[in-house]
Unconditional design. Structure first.
Length: 118
């Protein structure tokens, strides 16, 4: 079994430890910026034989697979809710400012002035 943590949130990582079964793997994907430490007991890692894996970079083909998945599954999952706010590229300063707010999960940037329909 595996637990995937994609947000990078310290609270989410800490809440993931109880979900990892003996011999399981926890995969950390979203932790790409420095943040506060997480609590994990090394004794638990050893006794429960966990594997902890971090994934950071990807190849262009992985992006193509992800886009294909999103396109095929968009009717089944609320992917649009992953972006808190869309702004045009000309508002990049505002987007950076908004990204500091914890409630802003993701800020979408559109290269032109047209914004996506929501």
């Amino acid at each position: 079994d595996a637990v995937l943590e994609l947000s990078g949130s310290t609270a989410a990582i800490d809440s993931a430890w109880p979900l990892v079964r003996i011999g399981g793997t926890i995969v950390l994907v979203g932790s790409v910026f420095p943040g506060p430490p997480v609590s994990v007991l090394p004794e638990q890692v050893v006794r429960r034989q966990w594997t902890i894996r971090g994934i950071h970079n990807y190849q262009p083909r992985h992006l193509a697979v992800a886009i294909d998945f999103l396109t095929a599954q968009q009717q089944h999952y609320p992917f649009a809710e992953l972006v808190s706010r869309w702004l045009p590229l000309s508002s990049i300063a505002e987007a950076l400012e908004l990204s500091r707010q914890p409630e802003m999960i993701r800020i979408g940037i559109m290269p032109g002035e047209a914004l996506p329909l929501t």
